[in-house]
Design a protein around this ligand. Sequence first.
Ligand code: KIV
Length: 273
Amino acid sequence: MSVQSAVKRKTAPELRARKNGEPIVMLTSYHAHTAALVDKHCDAILVGDSLGNVMHGFETTVPVTLDMMILQGRAVMRGSRQALVVVDMPFGSYEGSREQAFASAVRIMKETLCGAVKLEGGVRMAETVAFLSERGIPVMGHVGLTPQSINTLGSFRAQGREEASWAPIEADAKAIAEAGAFSIVVEAVAEPLARKITQSIAVPTIGIGASAACDGQVLVLEDMLGLSPRAPKFVRRYGNLGPMIEEAIAGYARDVKSRAFPGPEHVYEMKKT
Ligand code: KIV
């Protein structure tokens, strides 16, 4: 007897079919509890390698490992029910060869049970995207600003600000789309370029700092919640959780110090939040 879950998860082909349709809503999550909240409102959840910055305090995503991605990918799968979960392939886990990329992607898919992987890079990664897609691994591309290349880029500056620099970014998006990616994250590019790319490729673009011209949007959850100490300028804040959390912690510290802390009768009574 097969065991079917009552709620059907969204799939990569379903997201692919949203080109020119209802905008795709995507956020990052790295934990079971935030995944459960994000899952209620999003089509897709990205277990982004931004967890290196957000959870671990690294300056860049370069130190993030495959094991770190798999651990958090499993947590997000446990916390979510209906969204497509996409797990980032970290720096160094896929660029060496298409076989290396396949082995890493298979580990991610088998050990997390997620529905797709994401990798950074354009023309140079097209052969790898085709290799994975043809072998049953749905791939989300990522072009424009590609943070894993920080050490060759030199800074996290927006890309394609002058029209003269548009052609390679457009070529990157086209190459990845034609290689079989089911959608492409377009990061930190000017609005006219994001529009041009969106109009010229057959799969949905998901923008981050790339204007409303894209087929969907993604943000780092902690950035839009006001929980990250530093967030990119383009991020619209939908909450201010940092100061709220600090206030709650300060209240707790005050209670402990003034011995106003509840007794055991309260401690053992579990309250549903
Ligand atoms: O790692 C991440 O969170 C990402 C988004 C910025 C798209 O790749």
